[in-house]
Design a protein around this ligand. Structure first.
Ligand code: ZN
Length: 135
């Protein structure tokens, strides 16, 4: 185990708004007001139509495992006690993909298209991370 704390995500600007929703137990993604495309990571304009108008829309929190890789070496000392662990790309029902972790599952249980659902994990006083479990 390591005494080094894990790095935390940036929480300024649009990224901060994303994590404020997570802290309230809501997974929200930006949705373009022009063409209705959902997007993630947060950004100021739509890659599809160029519109700078959007709303934060609530995701069902349901999705599937799009891809993953198993990390056998900690890229940061804060993760030294966690290896091996899976870094997962989850595709939500609405379309956005998010890099996250699968909790309460053995690595050999992971399969493409595995049905997943959101869980929120408070990792610091002011940071709640979106993670996923098998549904
Ligand atoms: Zn658009």
């Amino acid at each position: 185990m390591s005494d080094t704390p894990k790095p935390l995500p940036r929480r300024d600007g649009l990224n901060g708004e994303f994590y404020e929703h997570c802290a309230r137990g809501e997974l929200r993604f930006q949705r373009c007001a022009g063409c209705q495309t959902w997007r993630h990571m947060p950004r100021y304009s739509c890659a599809e139509c160029g519109s700078r108008d959007w709303t934060w829309e609530k995701s069902s929190g349901r999705g599937k495992l799009y891809s993953w890789t198993v990390s056998h070496r900690a890229f940061h000392p804060g993760f030294a006690g966690d290896v091996p662990y899976a870094v997962a790309i989850v595709e939500l029902e609405e379309g956005p993909r998010i890099v996250s972790q699968i909790v309460d599952a053995k690595l050999d249980a992971l399969r493409l298209d595995l049905p997943l659902e959101i869980v929120f994990e408070k990792v610091a006083d002011d940071v709640t991370m979106p993670k996923f479990r098998i549904r």
